[in-house]
Ligand binder design. Structure first.
Ligand code: NAD
Length: 364
């Protein structure tokens, strides 16, 4: 039996709660498909500051380099809002992404038919929405130097090289080939020189993919179209900050931030995390939705370990749970009864196991 080593970084706030359910899912997948996962845990974010005085402690740094894949909950703690930058939980996350060199962040946004009424958009706009956001993750404004505060002014730097743009563009075009063969590249080329380089470079990469339709949108138009006509998108390719903002906007289509997974890929081990943050407002209350973290396990299996069928089994179990009416508070009808984090995790793990007992074919 092959053993996979997953470095598990629960992080802060609701991170440990939703990650416990992701681990339960991996255990259910292991039993059903005869796979062995070792799940050593390491601190990151405020939890890293608490145990080692560092949001990305040295043993976490060493462990993620050795792992087959990295599973992260979320980081962030209001008690460190005023801390110096090197002690902020978010600095640990940025350092983790930089160390792993995970330059391409994949965020699939698919509307579950069972939840169309939980979205603020009208149901007829949502049917068939299936967008893959490919966000550049290790460059741009969040990493550019110089940066800092100087008295009453402050500076950040937006810088991209053609090589950085090219490699993430290839991920978008390759992904489009597995989907509906349409890439929409988002920039602000009417104002920013970096965006002009972005547009030129993506166009050049696109020439290697004549079977994939490419168009370009300014970020303000893209933000509007994402809610006005979300079905217009297949693969949406963009830089780091625009992607950060647009992917949270896209989350609204689905009904809750708590539903969405992400995969961050580079040359080494991939980093897999739900898109939500540490949600301090609900931490510790067993109310967080674990589906984003469980769907993240599906991405980890598919993109991190190359296990397509176990990934599909997890996604089927999530859909079945929702079709059967299982709801956490964030996606329940107002005043309707809701499951806690753990109960939702148990329900989905049970469905993975049940498919085995009911004799669903296992193909790998
Ligand atoms: P957030 O995603 O933590 O929460 C936004 C809102 O969504 C909150 O009302 C929260 O209760 C709700 N929510 C989020 N996840 C949910 C879930 N699984 N189930 C139910 N409801 C959920 O964003 P925020 O409040 O802007 O940030 C809180 C902290 O998280 C900050 O410190 C921020 O820096 C950090 N953060 C971290 C990441 C990350 O680790 N990747 C991402 C975003 C924010």
């Amino acid at each position: 039996m092959k053993t996979y080593s997953i470095a598990v970084l629960p992080g802060d706030g609701i991170g440990p709660e939703v990650i416990a359910e992701a681990e339960r899912t991996l255990e259910a997948v292991g039993e059903r498909f005869g796979l062995d996962f070792t799940l050593p845990r390491f601190a990151i974010g405020a939890a890293g500051v608490a145990v080692a005085g560092d949001p990305f402690p040295a043993d976490t740094r060493a462990a993620v380099a050795r792992a087959d894949a990295v599973l992260l909950g979320a980081v962030g703690d209001p008690s460190l809002d005023q801390a110096p930058r090197h002690l902020k939980p978010e600095s640990g996350l940025l350092a983790l992404r930089a160390q792993l060199g995970v330059y391409a962040n994949l965020r699939p946004v698919t509307v579950f038919p069972a939840l169309v009424n939980r979205s603020p958009l009208k149901a007829d706009r949502l049917e068939g929405v299936d967008v893959l956001i490919v966000r550049e993750l290790t460059g741009g404004l969040y990493y550019g130097e110089p940066r800092g505060r100087e008295g009453a002014s402050a500076v950040n730097t937006l810088r991209y090289s053609a090589a950085e743009i090219k490699r993430v563009a290839r991920v978008a075009f390759e992904s489009a080939r597995q989907r509906r063969r349409h890439v929409t590249s988002v920039d602000k080329a009417n104002v920013l020189e970096v965006s002009q380089l972005w547009r030129e470079t993506v166009t050049r990469v696109g020439q290697d993919y004549p079977d994939v339709r490419l168009d370009h949108l300014y970020v303000d138009t893209a933000a509007m179209r994402l809610v006005a006509d979300p079905r217009a998108f297949d693969v949406l390719l963009t830089e780091n900050m625009f992607g950060d903002i647009l992917s949270d906007e896209a989350a609204v289509l689905v009904g809750s931030l708590g539903l969405l997974p992400s995969a961050s890929l580079g040359e080494g081990p991939g980093l897999f995390e739900p898109i939500h943050g540490s949600a301090p407002d609900i931490a510790g209350g067993d109310v967080a939705n674990p589906i984003g973290a469980i769907a993240t396990v599906a991405l980890l299996l598919r993109h991190g370990l190359g296990l397509a069928e176990p990934a599909a089994a997890v996604e089927r179990a999530i859909s079945s749970a929702l079709e059967q009416g299982a709801r956490t508070r964030d996606i329940a009808e107002p005043a309707a009864p809701a499951l806690g984090t753990r109960a939702m995790g148990l329900r989905i793990a049970g469905l993975i196991a049940e498919a085995q007992r009911s004799g669903a074919p296992v193909t790998m």
